[in-house]
Design a protein around this ligand. Structure first.
Ligand code: GAP
Length: 453
């Protein structure tokens, strides 16, 4: 059953994202470009932490996966062979009353009559296929011969480079090729903030195998991917695995799972894990006339490998991380009176800023110098934010709101003024429990190494 939508919560999240510099509408000062988003100073850090962690566990921590970074501009033959030129389309319907272009599955039905979701109009055109690819021209000519496409998925460049990468990496089956990069789809109705955009990023792995390994590896990758989400702070209880039914699956796929998350606007897909058989490599082999076969030294067999593909959306996962992290609770203000606190409870691994450093008073040169010394000590290992303005409680709140898991305060005890035994110690505050502990400055790198692992 789909989770109920929570419009108010989503509105607060969108507003926080803009207010604190996670995500802005693209070209905002000119009225905005629909379906395109810009990530601000905190958004870009969050996105990088996610992509780096994916790359770490998918490529660096494995012997059987190598990476690549393909071009966005794509030769039309690639996308003809893959079936995108012919078939990468959504059925589109126009509302003659309000002139909206609608995806057929977005119509609402009342008393058995289909209506426009915007104006309730019933005067609708018949559905027609709308190709989602962005077409462009390469070079000075703008005729048929110069057409190229912005890639609609990163996967195709992996298939097209399969042979080159096999040769240079000298991997044996099963092995994978991973890629993170931009993809473009001219979505009919971009919506739900960044969830459905026209420009977005994917993290894709094409894991090549023998035909008999396909179904088993599909299960293996589904489980690996679920573990990944749990390890970045998305609880298993909010993740759902949908087995895509036969009639909705691509004709070449022998099995596909969608990993879904309970967003405030309902349960929606984060990632697809698909067993694509040998379809892509076979299509490119046929269309290019170049062999994309694998030669098995042991059995002396030559065959086109099969592939299992976990394909995740960077922007959707970033949105899920923010939605999951958003929370409101009660915290005492300066005078001890309880007030509402907005806090992003990011997993420390994902948090854009790991630690705030605060001198208790900004007009005390010794406190300021000590705080800056700590910033210098920690910066080589993590993102640190130095803040000396305003009451200390306000400074904590500002960091809570952007999800900074730790706060260090340099006070008079740090200077050894009250008790010489406390010289060169600071308070370390935990964002979630708001508890503070006294720790030695020299121990900070080790403490963070453990807590951010
Ligand atoms: N290579 C397979 C493939 O591209 P997909 O299910 O079309 O499969 C994979 O896309 C993932 O890419 C989705 O699960 C989603 O996370 C992300 N994605 C697809 N379309 C998107 C869009 N319009 N906006 C944001 N993310 C999108």
């Amino acid at each position: 059953m789909s989770a109920p939508s929570d419009t108010q919560r989503m509105e607060k999240i969108v507003s926080l994202c803009k207010r604190r510099g996670f995500i802005f509408q693209s070209s905002e000062i000119y009225g905005g470009l629909n379906g395109a988003w810009d990530y601000g100073p905190l958004g870009v850090e969050l996105k990088r932490n996610l992509k780096n962690h994916w790359w770490q566990v998918t490529v660096h921590e494995r012997d059987d996966v190598v990476g690549m970074d393909g071009s966005i501009l794509t030769h039309p033959s690639v996308l003809r062979a893959s079936g995108h030129v012919e078939g990468f389309s959504d059925p589109m319907i126009d509302c003659r009353t309000c002139k909206a272009h609608l995806r057929a599955d977005q119509l609402v039905e009342k008393k058995g009559v289909k209506q426009c979701p915007n104006c309730g109009g019933k005067d609708l055109t018949a559905p027609r296929q709308f190709n989602l690819m962005f077409e462009t021209h390469v070079g000075a000519a703008t005729d048929e011969s110069s057409i190229a496409y912005l890639r609609p998925e990163t996967a195709q460049s992996i298939f097209v480079q399969f042979k080159n990468i096999l040769e240079v990496s000298r991997k044996k089956l099963p092995f994978g090729i991973a890629q993170i990069g931009k993809a473009f789809r001219n979505e009919i109705n971009p919506r739900n903030f960044t969830f459905r955009s026209r420009e977005f990023e994917q993290m894709e792995l094409e894991y090549f195998c023998r035909p008999e390994q396909g179904m088993e590896l599909l299960e293996y990758w589904k489980e690996e991917r679920l573990k990944f989400y749990e390890n970045i702070g998305i609880p298993r209880s909010k993740l759902h695995v949908l087995t895509v039914p036969d009639e909705e699956r691509a004709f070449y796929s022998k099995g596909t799972y969608d990993i879904e998350y309970d967003f405030p606007f309902g349960r929606q897909e984060l990632e697809g894990v698909a067993y694509r058989t040998d379809y892509d490599l076979s299509q490119h082999q046929k269309a290019s006339g170049k062999s994309l076969e694998y030669f098995d030294e042991e059995t002396k067999q030559r065959f086109v490998p099969h592939v299992v593909e976990p394909s995740a959306g960077v922007d959707r996962t970033v949105l899920a991380l923010i939605c999951e992290a958003y929370s409101e609770d009660q915290a005492p203000d300066e005078k001890g009176k309880m007030e509402m606190r907005v806090v992003l409870r990011f997993h420390p691994r994902m948090a854009p800023v790991k630690c705030g450093v605060f001198p208790l008073l900004k007009n005390n040169p010794q406190l300021v110098a000590k705080a800056k010394e700590i910033v210098g000590l920690l910066r080589p290992y993590m993102t640190v934010f130095y803040d000396e303005s305003g009451a200390i409680g306000r400074r904590y709140r500002r960091q809570d709101e952007i999800g900074t898991p730790f706060g260090i305060t340099v006070d008079f005890e740090t200077l050894g003024e009250k008790d010489p035994a406390l010289r060169d110690t600071v308070t370390l505050r935990d964002r979630d429990s708001m508890k503070q502990e006294r720790v030695a400055i020299k121990d900070l790198p080790e403490i963070f190494r453990e807590r951010l692992a």
